[in-house]
Design a protein around this ligand. Structure first.
Ligand code: GLY
Length: 253
């Protein structure tokens, strides 16, 4: 079970965030309202949410998941593969030290973004993507092993981040779509398939036996309800315009 989450309020510079989506420019006021609703949903799941202020220097800094990996045994600060996001990590170090004492840090030439790391119990799947390289993933696995945990690699062919297309909902249930439906690494899971036309909903998050899903994806909602979960829908359209989703918006621990 999670106790806490860390989020960062989007700054006005959000509109300049990285994107491959062709969905237009985010509406800043709407993004703020959606972010507030997201925080409420996390609180409804019993989390104490630490809300960091906007950091205008970094347009993508609301996507805090990418800058750290928080586990039950250790905290690891990543080194984002996107050049414009590298400076985001500096602001999180002291905050994480308050919770963990010591923190590990991925060093260049290794690059890692937290959106590429999926926790399944004590094991962590690490996607090799345009943002996460072999060197960075190897450093994370070494930190995990030093702390009684384990990690393994998953090659990505199509998606930005591993968790763009896959989400672990506990009880051996794995949300998956696209390339992840056929991956050897995931064949032992009970796969809950997300249709290609609702692929954005594959980025959902399990939080203390509830599942947060993006609003507007009825088939995905039915699939997750059908698997026995209680669902909370959260509108995140303004973050979708920047390739961001529900998992990207928080560090949960
Ligand atoms: N806009 C989020 C990212 O590309 O990292």
């Amino acid at each position: 079970m999670y106790k806490r989450a860390i989020v960062r309020t989007p700054g006005e510079s959000l509109i300049h965030g990285l994107t491959t989506a062709d969905l237009g420019i985010p509406d800043y006021k709407k993004a703020l309202a959606q972010h507030a609703n997201y925080i409420e949903a996390l609180e409804e799941c019993g989390l104490e949410v630490l809300v960091l202020g906007p950091d205008e220097q970094f347009p993508d800094s609301t996507f805090v998941e990418d800058i750290a990996l928080l586990t039950k045994n250790c905290a690891i600060i990543t080194n984002p593969g996107a050049p414009s996001r590298k400076g985001e990590t500096a602001a999180i170090k002291d905050i994480l030290k308050e919770f963990y004492g010591e923190v590990e840090e991925v060093q260049a030439p290794g690059t890692v973004e937290g959106g590429d790391i999926m926790m399944v119990g004590s094991h962590f799947y690490i996607g090799l993507s345009e943002r996460t390289n072999v060197d960075g993933a190897a450093q994370v696995i070494r930190f995990l092993e030093n702390n009684g945990l384990s990690g393994s690699l998953v090659e990505l062919e199509e998606t930005l981040h591993l968790k763009t297309g896959v989400a672990y909902l506990e009880q051996n249930n794995l949300i998956a779509c696209g390339e992840f439906l056929l991956k050897e690494e995931f064949k032992e899971f009970n796969l809950l398939e997300i249709a290609e036309d609702e692929s954005y909903a594959a980025n959902c998050i399990w939080v203390n036996d509830r599942v947060l899903i993006p609003s507007g994806y009825p088939k995905a909602r039915e699939t997750i309800l059908g698997a026995g979960y209680s669902v909370i829908e959260v509108g995140v359209s303004e973050f979708q315009k920047l390739d961001g989703g529900l998992s990207c918006l928080s560090l949960r621990f």
